[in-house]
Write a protein that binds this ligand. Structure first.
Ligand SMILES: Nc1nc2c(ncn2[C@@H]2O[C@H](COP(=O)(O)OP(=O)(O)OP(=O)(O)O)[C@@H](O)[C@H]2O)c(=O)[nH]1
Length: 178
């Protein structure tokens, strides 16, 4: 089989966690082992069980307090902290996982993380070196296809992530029911 992982990325509120929840329910229904990883230190509640949680490593509140930063600066600092602890935190957390395990990584909604900050590229390189086959699922709210300028903006942000992460990449339009 092998070890497979999806990196679920995209702008804030586009439906990443909802997608992860549906995927988790689907895998439960078909009896496939699935493990959800929360990589958002500001996340609060989830509709699925979390196997690995970045909040055990770093919390947004602590970073804001200790470094005197606002929420966005603190999120970027927290991601840099994660980048510095991939080996000793994620490496250790992933120690028990192996063949037939499927990871779904639910990521924060700050799109600069996927276009010009190095943390997620380092994360991807770390997972690949650890034997995981990784793909990116870029969630984009379907309001991005309602007008040409928005469509170009959405396509460009997805393309920036594709170029930065260099992963097999799937763009997923969410909220199609709306
Ligand atoms: N109607 C509808 N609402 C959706 C769909 N997907 C997500 N939502 C709603 O959109 C809101 C944001 O969804 P989340 O899954 O929390 O989005 P997210 O990308 O994880 O958000 P952040 O982690 O804050 O970036 C929630 O209120 C969801 O219920 C969908 O397919 N249809």
């Amino acid at each position: 089989m092998g070890k497979y992982a999806q990196l679920v990325i995209g702008p804030a509120g586009c439906g990443k966690s909802t997608y992860c929840e549906h995927l988790w329910n689907h895998c439960q229904a078909i009896g496939r082992p699935i493990h959800c990883v929360n990589l958002d230190p500001a996340a609060e509640a989830f509709g699925y069980p979390i196997s690995i949680d970045i909040r055990d490593l770093v919390s947004l509140e602590d970073v804001m307090e200790e470094m005197g930063l606002g929420p966005n600066g603190a999120l970027l600092a927290a991601m840099e902290y994660m980048e510095d602890h991939l080996d000793d935190w994620l490496g250790e957390e992933l120690g028990g996982y192996g063949d037939e395990d499927y990871l779904v990584l639910d990521c924060p909604g700050q799109i600069e993380l996927y276009s010009h900050v190095s943390a997620f590229r380092s994360l991807v390189d770390f997972l690949k070196a650890d034997g995981w086959s990784v793909c990116a699922v870029y969630c984009l709210d379907c309001h991005f296809i309602t007008e040409a300028p928005k469509y170009i903006a959405g396509a460009m942000q997805a393309l920036a992530a594709m170029v930065k992460l260099e992963l097999p990449h799937i763009n997923l339009l969410t909220k199609m029911d709306l």
